[in-house]
Design a binder for this molecule. Structure first.
Ligand code: 5AD
Ligand code: SF4
Length: 565
């Protein structure tokens, strides 16, 4: 029986490794460099004997070779360093939840820390450079802390990408854990107690951490993030994400709705649904009677069409119904997955923020083709029109890359012209950074000189700032619903965000409350704010009165949103 279980385990491991053509996987717990050696030192028969009182395969994913003896006896303090996207922030909450359960403690004071965990990002060279500098600092710190044992762990996307370099060249690193192996962290950290180096960068086809309730590092915050899916199947030619985070998989609807409910009960007022591509969400455990939605005209995918399951529109429907006073945001998205149904529900629900992320990446059809984005400039512009028609008052955000392989001045000017045509409220603008393993690395030349990339980046920023200034000035005199987040350290002014995620600043004041009395403003309040000034990234206002999300939209602009769930 035990042998069968071990065979099943190994076959499951092998299936995972081979079923995905993007996954290069291994799991090891030592310094020797040969892969065969590493496999030999994986879980042994005795580990499975110890496990034999429990079924190896339960619904809940679990690490079958975490032994009681492996667990750390002393309480150890962990210092978290987080780099990169919002997904990484949320992953850090998942890691903290896993470690807290195992008796670890958290610290924000370096000198107190026994373990430094660095959540890393590999998307551009700049992100990695910052992390190497941080590692230099930590290595020095570890050397100086001779009298006590300090461990360094590298988590996330760089872990997958640079495991050999991190372990073999940068001797100071003790643990390397990829984005799908956080459940294994207690074991990996325990192994380091005996001076071993522990690595698990296995990518999974089904890990979503659905059953791990993240424990927020910034507990007091009025907003929270929820990962609804992981990985990406799009394989844009410039992007490392499918290699570092693996295949796309979605969390079950029910676990997401439960988490939103739990956060609402804790007083959280804003939830952002996170994923590499939230709008291709698909809970395949749920059958739907509805037909699959079609992609908008002019959009295609590199992967075979997926069918069935609960889609993003269904999820939005359920999540926004949990608490009509909770704002719902979502990011990141791909323009290919905005069927009519999604636009409709965004337009109908007052608590779904009317800000859509439509990352264009380039305004040139030729560059888009080289990037393998699956649409042309014309199809993208048509989508923008459709979105604006269906969701009056909608805000748009985008990501743009300049200096991609072979980008000519004319092609770049098409990006600038797209930015002139589309009014983006928020844009993330990047000079291209060639990443190993990507299709672009294999197929194209990184032939736009750095200086030109820099200059093009500047020109994009200039248009973006100029246009934002104009868009924001047009808001002067309007009243916005602002969710209060906190207070500025220096000025003591109140900081909040409007529906389009723009920062709104105003002075503390006693204003009319819902009960007819007056009270000051505090984090978590919804306040109606009259806009009186604007910069390219900030609005300045005067607070008028306390309100609720439902009341505000009943009384204010954009009549289509009167319907309250
Ligand atoms: N170079 C520059 N920007 C990149 N992005 C992804 N890969 C690269 C790269 N190699 C940008 C894209 C993506 C965002 C998250 O990062 O614009 O949407
Ligand atoms: Fe990267 Fe493209 Fe996937 Fe976004 S959609 S994560 S850019 S591969």
């Amino acid at each position: 029986m035990i042998l069968i279980r071990r065979a099943q385990y190994l076959s499951r491991l092998l299936n995972k490794a081979t079923a995905s053509n993007y996954c290069r996987c291994y799991s090891d717990t030592h310094r020797k460099s040969s892969i065969t050696e590493k496999i030999k030192q994986g879980p042994g028969l005795k580990d499975f004997i110890i496990e034999s009182s429990e079924p190896v395969f339960t619904d809940r994913p679990h690490i079958p070779y975490l032994l009681e003896n492996d667990k750390i006896k002393t309480k150890r303090k962990v210092f978290f360093d987080v780099y990169g996207c919002q997904m990484n922030l949320n992953d850090t909450d998942i890691v903290w939840s896993i470690l807290k359960k195992e008796g670890f403690e958290k610290t924000t004071v370096e000198e107190e820390a026994d373990i430094f965990l660095v959540m890393t990002c590999a998307i551009r060279e700049g992100a990695e450079t910052k992390i190497w500098h941080r590692l230099d600092h930590l290595r020095g710190y570890k050397r100086r802390a001779k009298d006590r044992s300090v461990k360094i762990g590298i988590l996330g996307c760089m872990a997958e990408r640079l495991k050999e370099k991190l372990i073999e060249k940068e001797k100071a690193v003790d643990v390397v854990a990829g984005p799908d192996s956080y459940r294994d962290l207690p074991r990996l950290l325990a192994l380091t107690e005996n001076g071993q180096t522990a690595v698990n960068v296995l990518l999974s086809l089904d890990e979503t951490y659905a059953d791990v309730v993240p424990v927020r590092l910034n507990e007091g915050s009025v907003s929270a993030f929820i990962s609804i899916m992981r990985g990406c199947d799009n394989m844009c030619t410039y992007c490392i994400v499918p290699f570092t985070r693996g295949r796309e998989r979605s969390r079950p609807v029910s676990s997401i709705v439960d988490e939103v409910r739990h956060l609402a009960e804790q007083g959280v007022k804003e939830v952002t649904l996170l994923g590499q591509n939230v709008n291709s969400y698909r809970d395949v455990s749920q059958a739907t009677e509805k037909f699959d939605t079609h992609m908008a005209k002019g959009f295609k995918t590199v992967y075979k069409a997926k069918k069935g399951g609960m889609r993003f529109a269904d999820l939005l429907d359920k999540v926004s119904a949990v608490d009509p006073e909770m704002r719902i945001r979502f990011t990141a998205a791909h323009p290919k997955d905005f069927p009519e149904e999604v636009l409709q529900i965004v337009s109908e629900r007052p608590n779904i923020c009317k800000l859509l992320h439509l990352p264009a990446q380039s305004g040139s059809s030729a560059v888009l083709q080289r990037m393998r984005r699956g649409y042309t400039r014309e199809a993208y512009l048509q989508l923008v029109e459709d979105v604006k028609k269906t969701i009056p008052g909608v805000g748009l955000s985008t990501d743009m890359i300049c200096g991609f392989c072979g980008e000519t001045e004319e092609e770049f000017q098409e990006t600038l012209s797209l930015m002139e045509i589309v009014d983006y409220n928020i844009a993330f603008l990047f000079p291209y950074s060639m990443r190993e393993k990507t299709t672009a690395y294999r197929r194209y030349q990184d032939d736009v000189p750095d200086q030109i990339k820099k200059e093009r980046h500047h020109r994009m920023l200039e248009i973006y700032r100029r246009k934002c200034q104009i868009l924001n000035e047009a808001e002067i005199g309007n009243t916005h619903l602002v969710l209060v987040e906190g207070t500025a350290k220096k000025s003591g002014n109140i900081l909040g965000r409007n529906e389009l995620y723009l920062r709104v600043v105003f002075e503390q004041a006693e204003i009319l409350a819902e009960d007819g009395g007056k009270r000051r403003v505090k984090p978590g309040d919804y306040v109606a704010v009259k806009i009186v000034g604007a910069k390219s990234a900030t609005l300045y206002g005067v607070p008028l009165y306390h309100t609720s999300l439902c009341d505000f939209y009943r009384e204010n602009q954009w009549g289509v949103r009167q319907a309250v769930n």
